[in-house]
Design a protein around this ligand. Structure first.
Ligand SMILES: [Zn+2]
Length: 319
């Protein structure tokens, strides 16, 4: 492992963005589009860093193994420089696997209650008595260190991370509430369940129950984040009007640059984890996936309506 120390940059992290979703809703796409702004660097999913650094053949979004990617080597060197720990490895900044859970248990643990409540002070106090909360808190603090290192290495004031599970997003928020911003990406539940059924070979009943449960969790977490620090983005709006939606997002993040070309430049993207679209270099334009209109049967749609119709309408999908 290289012990080369990267030259420090004057660029300070001004804010970091967690893209929250229930998965497969367009969060990788939002991250890749934001990466094209000179103010932003998207890093993919921090939760997967350990996988990419433990397995030499795991690829970065740029197509190079993470362990050989110049971007990640520079980030690791900057983290070593900042912490003074020259044996430190990127994978240590991942979320501990035992904390991973895509949804709360029926009876939440103390750490989860503290996250739902959302008070940074209660969180700090709680992490003194709950080992699980302490590990969550340490993960959040390490995540912010990674964002700061990326800002320094790339000279960009905004670091973007696809948050994956909402508990992960919340521990990061509680570590640094002021600089935190959330972009909550949602997708029509009929499209989400259709792609879930295809991907996981599951039934509509299983898929729609998961859709309802994950949304309930995400909305619960979002509610405790100040409204001025979060915004909602619909996958369908992003695909139908990419320039308009990205303009709204850039205003939310105080980004001055106005882009007009949203051709995805994937060879420059260093994201880890997320949708495999990041590797398909021949797909360079944003395309709306509405296969559900063709693939879902009337029985599927009736079952979706019975279990998930209310959730979908609450999200604004009313047609
Ligand atoms: Zn790379």
């Amino acid at each position: 492992m290289s012990t080369v120390v990267a030259a420090p940059s004057a660029q300070q992290l001004e804010k970091f963005v967690c893209i929250a979703s229930i998965g497969h809703s367009g969060s990788t796409l939002v991250g890749m589009l934001l990466d094209q702004y000179p103010e932003c660097t998207s890093m993919g999913e921090i939760t997967n860093l350990h996988k990419f650094t433990a397995q030499p053949d795991m690829l970065c979004g740029c197509g190079t193994p993470v362990l050989k990617c110049p971007f990640w080597l520079d980030v690791e060197a900057e983290l070593r420089r900042k912490t003074g720990d020259l044996s430190l490895k990127l994978g240590e900044f991942s979320r501990p696997t035992e904390l991973k859970r895509t949804a709360f248990r029926k009876l939440p643990a103390l750490s989860e209650l503290l996250m739902i409540w959302g008070s940074p002070t209660a969180w700090r106090l709680g992490s003194m008595i709950s080992p699980r909360a302490r590990r969550e808190r340490e993960f959040g603090e390490r995540a912010v260190q990674v964002y700061e290192a990326i800002a320094a290495v790339r000279g960009t004031p905004i670091t973007v991370n696809s948050a994956g599970a909402t508990t992960q997003m919340k521990s990061i928020y509680l570590a640094d509430p002021t600089r935190f911003r959330a972009i909550h990406v949602i997708r029509d539940g009929r499209g989400w369940t259709c792609s879930q059924m295809r991907r996981e070979k599951s039934s509509m009943e299983v898929a729609v129950k998961l859709f309802v449960r994950r949304h309930w969790n995400t909305e619960l977490m979002m509610r405790s984040i100040p409204a001025s620090q979060r915004m909602l983005v619909r996958y369908e709006d992003l695909c139908r009007d990419t320039p308009g939606t990205m303009l709204t997002i850039s205003r939310f993040l105080d980004i001055d640059t106005q882009l007009t070309d949203f051709t995805l430049k994937k060879t420059e993207f260093h994201g880890v984890g997320g949708n495999p679209m990041r590797f398909r270099y021949d797909e360079s334009t944003v395309q709306l996936d509405e296969k559900w209109r063709r693939d879902l049967t009337s029985a599927d749609l009736a079952l979706f309506e019975k279990i998930g119709g209310e959730t979908n309408r609450r999200l604004g999908y009313t047609d």
